[in-house]
Design a protein. Structure first.
Length: 188
């Protein structure tokens, strides 16, 4: 989340509350007057998110593809960041396209879309949607994860270019695979 400007952000969206780990970290970094709107489809995770009891947090049970509609209902005209932990690789491709496009359209100029994933499979899709995509890697996550940071600066001007993952990203993927294999062998 290092690419999210928490000092300036006033409206942040989280897609996929899950167990609340990312939610708590966003809340910890947010300014007191900022607002976090978290969308979650699983009712168990929705209830867990609502138990966090932070007045800056609104948890809505809804599909992430409905983000533009929910923002309108909440009276939010644009967001500074969208942080997603959605498992894109196992989701319906049309739903993923709607989530990506809705997220892009919802970002204010200069906003960021941050996506945590365990593969580089969606790099091309994110590049087509956002145009400007950087790929990082975090070994502190269990398991280690790729972090896509997409810029809204190209919003409305997405290209059909097929930007390949960087050499560093490919190296990171290989390193993650080795680390995962070593951990697996240690647990035998």
């Amino acid at each position: 989340m290092k690419d999210v400007d928490f000092e300036q952000a006033r409206n942040i969206v989280e897609l996929g509350v899950g167990n609340g780990c990312v939610t708590r970290e966003i809340l910890r970094r947010m300014r007191p007057e900022a607002r976090l709107l978290s969308l979650e489809i699983n009712p168990v995770f929705v209830e867990a998110g609502r138990r966090l009891e932070d007045e800056r947090l609104t948890v809505v049970q809804a599909c992430a593809a409905e983000l533009p509609v929910i923002l309108q209902e909440e009276g939010i005209d644009g967001v500074d960041a969208v942080v997603s932990s959605l498992p894109l690789s196992i989701m319906d491709r049309q739903v993923v396209d709607r989530v990506m496009e809705g997220s892009r359209m919802s970002l204010r100029p200069g906003g960021r879309f941050v996506q945590y994933q365990y593969s580089l499979r969606d790099h091309e899709r994110l590049s087509r949607t956002f145009g400007d995509v950087a790929v990082g890697f975090t070994v502190l996550n269990i398991p280690p994860a790729f972090v896509y940071t997409c810029s809204a600066s190209d919003a409305g001007q997405a290209t059909d270019r097929k930007a390949p993952p960087s050499l560093g990203s490919l190296y990171a993927a290989a390193l993650a695979a080795v680390a995962f294999a070593v951990r697996s062998l240690q647990n035998l």
